[in-house]
Design a protein around this ligand. Structure first.
Ligand code: DAH
Length: 346
């Protein structure tokens, strides 16, 4: 019998005898390394393989492989045995009271204004609009001049604001994004459809319905052959999505310097359906936004020929929409960060 064969057999006997006596994982690991490791006993024995004859080599090889497979399996088995007896020991001396209160995980929620904005964005994205971001610090040029409100125009008074310099101010509305988007758009590639949500500022006294800062969403579509029918169809669809399929829209003539004609749009009250209630102040209608056909001056100032191009625009207040939908009666709730308010919209 080859001496290698004897050594393997001896190693096997010795290994099988000591394995059951191992009592923890680190001893088991040492055991594994002492046999199968780089300097382990089996590895040492196999170094002698190169001196074997061609007839012996496969026989000893098979024997060694057999042993390696067997001992590897046994070590794995032993490992699991040790793990489960360790767990059983822990379970035996620890007690677990499943009736104790658990740890509360406080789940945050997006702000109701963010939710409102995203919902509106979703509707417009579905109609192929792009969403553009504007500047809260804006120039007099874009905020007023380009919106057809030249210096000393009386309508500027309604939007008195915070000036940083003579020509820089906190924007009073999102409308300057109309001019900025038209400037940036390549009309040779087709029309422009965008909405611009964002924060705006006015020098207002804060009370239940006014805030010196609030949020609007501007909308603008400019292309060839855009008519008031497009404006009506668009807003009809959007308002129905937001306030219910049986809403009716009412259009009243109005005035904005940057649109001609200008309208104010009311929706039939979603609470009483038009009969009159506290939400619609007993009129059956709720004023929801301002809109109109883009004034030719506004188009021309962006370098568009107002005989070729036309467009519609609208602007709505995010707080107003959220207040109506959720029956919020004080605008200050949006800004105070009071969890009792915010959590209602989780
Ligand atoms: N910029 C107006 C405001 O802040 C709202 C507005 C009205 C925007 C009519 C529009 C529009 O685009 O067509 O009061």
């Amino acid at each position: 019998m080859s001496s290698l064969q004897e050594r393997i057999e001896a190693l096997k006997t010795q290994a099988l005898a000591s394995l059951p006596k191992l009592s923890d994982e680190s001893a088991l690991n040492d055991f594994r390394v002492s046999i199968l490791g780089k300097k382990g006993q089996l590895t040492e024995i196999l170094k002698g393989m190169k001196d074997l004859s061609n007839e012996e080599r496969p026989i000893i090889g098979a024997l060694a492989n057999d042993f390696r497979d067997k001992i590897t399996d046994l070590i794995e088995e032993k490992k699991q045995e040790l793990e489960s007896s360790k767990l059983n020991a822990e379970l035996a001396h620890e007690t677990l009271d499943v009736t104790l209160p658990g740890n509360m995980h406080h789940k945050g929620t997006r702000h109701i204004l963010t939710q409102t904005e995203e919902e509106i964005e979703e509707i417009f994205l579905g109609m192929g609009y792009e969403i553009v971001d504007g500047y809260e610090v804006e120039t007099d040029h874009y905020n007023f001049e380009r919106m057809n409100l030249p210096k000393d125009h009386p309508a500027r008074d309604m939007q008195d604001t915070f000036y940083i310099t003579e020509d820089t101010l906190l924007r009073t509305h999102t409308s300057p994004m109309q001019a900025r988007s038209m400037d940036a758009h390549d009309f040779s590639k087709g029309g422009l459809r965008m909405i611009a949500p964002g924060r705006v500022y006015r020098r207002d006294t804060d009370d239940a319905t006014h805030s010196h800062q609030f949020h609007q969403i501007e909308g603008l579509v400019v292309d060839k052959n855009i008519t008031m029918a497009d404006l009506k169809g668009t807003l009809d669809l959007v308002m129905k999505k937001m306030f219910g399929q049986d809403r009716k829209l009412r259009w009243r003539p109005s005035y904005f310097p940057f649109t001609e004609p200008s309208v104010e749009v009311d929706i039939s009250c979603f609470k009483c359906g038009g009969a009159g209630c506290n939400v619609c102040k007993h009129t059956g209608w709720i004023e929801i936004l301002g809109a109109g056909m883009v004034h030719p001056n506004v188009l021309e100032m962006s370098g568009l020929d107002s005989k070729v191009y036309s467009g519609f625009a609208f602007g709505m207040g995010q707080e107003r929409i959220a207040m109506l939908r959720y029956g919020i009666n004080d605008i200050r709730g949006f800004y105070q960060g009071d969890l009792r308010f915010l959590k209602q919209f989780a």
